[in-house]
Design a protein around this ligand. Structure first.
Ligand code: PLP
Length: 408
């Protein structure tokens, strides 16, 4: 017998349809040099500090004296210390090392975290949304049934220009809420006050927030929280997911981390027994199902926190953000309505009046040779938008903008 929940999954036509359309277009127009601003992968190489650290770690592996086999499931202390000291202390957040769990990237833990939560929990996500949050809950049976285009146990919180991309609090109780800021796909952010509203809700409702901060490195403005733990009370209601993929080009190397604070406790279902620490459950889960991120990778991640590494990361982030700024400004000058792109590497472009996401995608592909991502592919509230990424090479971004200008 199989896990029947997998049969409930809705086919994701988004990226396969894009790929098919692009393939057909290229076959029919071999002379067009197609520029992709569609996928969320990075284009710049790893920082040199990381490469050097990996070379050193490989050499250690070649010697019986310095060879490392299985590492701690939770990650090596050298990396956990670097995280606590560099990502949290400067923001006024104190964490113990055993609240930090090194992962092989944020995507895995976005799904894995569901292991420690009841499948009857209700779920809340924004619409549009990073699809992993929805599908991982479908797989575990937590999403309910797909009825009339929506999941019976998932509440979708619409975000669009109409609410300035700030999701309104649900009118009912939700057990697990996924928040992703800076946001993929819209590129928008919440300031401290706006995030505090969610922390207050979670504390009041005894909900759990899963805060995905994969794009934290792109934050440019002071009032935007880098971690949810900058908000008082968040340690009692939130787990934070981080990734080095977009910070330092680790999309192929694979490393991230998850913070599960020890203050995060839930009532024990066994009457009269002490509250349960999610940290202890997660630790147990990791020790059973995960054998740690590779030593070489963790040494590479550690190097991000050296002076040299920090400077190189800043340079790469600045490179992508200059792409974003250039694209944003040029598109606005052309009269387009654009969102995001100031604290995130994504631009959420409003399609011209009356033109749907897919229609505009087709138009840009056929008339300008540019690949974007139709917003509606991330959820119904994404209709009327397309996503552009700033992860391209500078010259590609510039050429793409020049082509859009010619269209106008
Ligand atoms: N979370 C969000 C919001 C993302 O957009 C992505 C990747 O695109 C991830 C998580 C996955 O990150 P990782 O490469 O660390 O698995």
């Amino acid at each position: 017998m199989i896990n029947k929940n997998f049969l409930k999954l809705q086919s994701s036509y988004l990226f396969s349809t894009i790929a098919k359309k692009v393939k057909t277009f290229k076959a029919e127009h071999p002379e067009v040099d197609v520029i992709s601003l569609g996928i969320g992968d990075v284009t710049q190489p790893l920082p040199k500090a990381c490469i050097d650290a990996m070379h050193r770690a490989v050499d250690e592996m070649a010697d019986t004296v310095t060879f490392r086999g299985y590492g701690p499931e939770q990650g090596y202390d050298f990396l956990r210390e670097a995280i606590v000291k560099n990502d949290y202390e400067p923001r006024g957040v104190k964490l113990d090392l055993d609240e930090v769990f090194i992962s092989d990237g944020a995507k895995s833990d976005c799904g894995n975290i569901g292991d420690i939560l009841d499948t009857r929990c209700s779920v809340g996500v924004t619409d549009p949304v990073y699809p992993v949050y929805v599908d991982s809950n479908v797989m575990s049976g937590r999403a309910g049934d797909f009825v009339d285009g929506s999941w019976s146990n998932i509440t979708f919180l619409p975000v669009s220009a109409a609410n300035q991309f700030v999701p309104a609090l649900p009118q009912k109780h939700i057990d697990i809420i996924y928040l992703c800021y800076p946001n993929n796909p819209t590129g928008t952010v919440l300031n401290k006050q706006q995030l505090a509203v969610w922390v207050e809700y979670a504390l009041r409702e005894k909900s759990l927030i899963l805060f995905d901060a994969a794009y934290e490195a792109y934050i440019q403005h002071d009032d935007i929280p880098h971690t949810i733990y900058e908000i008082p009370g968040a340690k009692q209601c939130a787990i934070e997911l981080r990734s080095y993929s977009k910070t330092a080009g680790f999309t192929g190397v694979r490393c991230g981390y998850t913070i599960v604070p020890k203050e995060l406790k839930v009532p024990n279902p066994k009457e009269g027994e002490e509250e349960v620490m999610l940290n202890a459950l997660w630790n147990r889960r990791q020790c059973t199902k995960f054998n740690g991120t590779s030593y070489i990778t963790q040494r590479a991640a550690e190097a991000i926190y050296t002076e040299e590494g920090k400077q190189q990361v800043r340079q790469t982030v600045a490179y992508y953000m200059q792409n974003a700024t250039m694209m944003r400004e040029q598109l606005m000058q052309m009269g387009y309505e654009v969102f995001g792109g100031t604290d995130a590497p994504y631009i959420w472009l409003k399609t011209p009046a009356g033109v749907g996401s897919w229609e505009f995608f087709d138009l840009l592909l056929h008339q300008a040779g540019i690949v974007t991502t139709p917003g509606v592919g991330f959820g119904p509230s994404g209709e009327g938008y397309v996503r552009l990424t700033a992860f391209g090479k500078r010259e590609d971004c510039e050429r793409a903008i020049a082509r859009i200008k010619e269209l106008a």
